[in-house]
Design a protein around this ligand. Structure first.
Ligand SMILES: *Cc1c(COP(=O)(O)O)cnc(C)c1O
Length: 377
């Protein structure tokens, strides 16, 4: 089975073998040594001097932790809803009684700065803008640096869900001044689900001092105090943390620049293949994380493509969710992935499309991907 989905992603053997080791106890010097290493690796990953906290939850847990630790009831925030994950910011904020000004963005599009600044002008008491770096449900890349710059100018916090972004393209937290950055283990980090990571700027920690929303498990101040002492408030996901040290070491050995370039190259190869197959792109500013294409009109039920690829060829891609169900295909190319994953995915896609009635010259997409890869600079 080949995983070409936007999480979970494939896990390298070096990481998998860690999970076969006995579970150590966490209130020990041995754990503290491992955790210290992970903390320093995470600061490297986030490009920050701030502590990066590890939480035993998935990415959504870190999103909820952000909201309950920064805000107080009836605080005003802006959420950028460009897809399912942006909508999740809205839902979490509403759950906790915040006043939410939602910036709706057409599916497949990136947020327009003019619309964001107009909303900020209209609501001068807004405390934060919550957005995605890469909206995984549509494949759209968001203009992170520009959003952060606009927020900073107005003394509004920028809260960036970097769950399919950190480690894939450049998001220098400190240099750009991102106030909150989060990610999760099962996306770019080559780990199973179950860990989330979060870092706050000094400004964000100050706002956290005033937060009145109830919190217990996700009390970041308490967590920070413990993690400063190389411990966690609750039992850590010990095995995942041991695996994370290995996975992050692999990322460090490759280096940021090479990793970003690698993902750009795979994106380029995938897009070249899709173009050669005559498929229409869905996202107008595509992220290097995944390529989204429209289901061709010759195939009425788009879900059949995903099903065929899985059941006949053992290749898992994803379709659209909610209103995009059956309408788009999402081809992921991040994490522990190389050109041969792309080529295999495209080969299976070609065969499935042909079998379902879309005219394909077999090998055309594969060849385009290979050529694009070789010519990529
Ligand atoms: C996957 C994802 C999430 C949610 O993560 P879970 O691990 O499923 O909780 C949030 N935001 C983005 C952009 C994602 O891709």
């Amino acid at each position: 089975m080949r995983l070409l989905t936007p999480g979970p992603t494939t896990i390298p053997e070096q990481v998998l073998s860690k999970f076969a080791e006995p579970v150590i106890h966490h209130r020990t010097a041995l754990f503290e040594e491992i955790f210290k290493q992970l903390q320093s690796q995470l600061r490297w990953l986030f490009q920050t001097e701030q502590p990066v906290l590890s939480l035993a939850c998935t990415g959504t847990g870190a999103m909820e932790a952000t909201v309950v630790n920064l805000f107080s009831p009836s605080d005003e925030v802006i959420t950028v809803n460009a897809g399912k994950f942006g909508e999740r910011w809205t839902k979490i904020c509403k759950t906790y009684g915040l006043t939410v000004h939602e910036l709706m963005v057409e599916r497949g599009k990136s947020v327009e700065l003019a619309a964001l600044t107009a909303l900020l002008d209209a609501h001068p008491h807004v405390k934060a803008v919550l957005f995605q770096a890469s909206e995984t449900s549509t494949g759209a890349l968001m203009p992170v640096e520009a959003i952060v710059t606009h927020c900073k100018k107005r003394n509004v916090l920028s809260v960036c869900d970097g769950i399919t972004a950190v480690g894939i393209f450049n998001l220098p937290m400190d240099r750009w001044g991102i106030d909150v950055l989060i990610t999760g283990s099962q996306k770019a980090l080559m780990l199973p689900p179950g860990l989330a990571f979060i870092a706050l700027s000094e400004r964000a920690w100050k706002l956290a001092e005033q937060s009145q929303l109830p919190k217990f498990y996700f009390d970041l101040k308490r967590e920070r105090k413990m993690q400063d002492k190389l411990q966690t408030a609750w039992t850590p996901a010990i095995s995942l943390i041991q695996g994370a040290v290995v996975a992050l070491k692999m990322l460090q050995d490759r280096g940021h620049e090479a990793a970003f370039k690698h993902h750009e190259c795979l994106a380029h190869a995938t897009r070249s293949a899709a173009k050669a197959l005559g498929l229409e792109f869905f996202a107008s500013s595509p992220s290097p994380v995944l390529t989204t294409v429209k289901v061709p009109p010759q195939i009425l039920e788009g879900k059949k493509i995903v099903k065929r690829m899985l059941e006949k060829y053992g290749v898992i891609i994803t379709g659209g969710q909610d209103e995009l169900e059956g309408k788009i295909l999402r081809l992921s190319h991040f994490g522990y992935t190389d050109i041969f994953d792309v080529v295999t995915g495209i080969a299976a896609l070609e065969m499935a499309l042909l079998e379902l009635g879309y005219p394909v010259e077999l090998g055309k997409g594969v060849g385009a991907a290979q050529k694009a890869f070789q010519e990529f600079k």
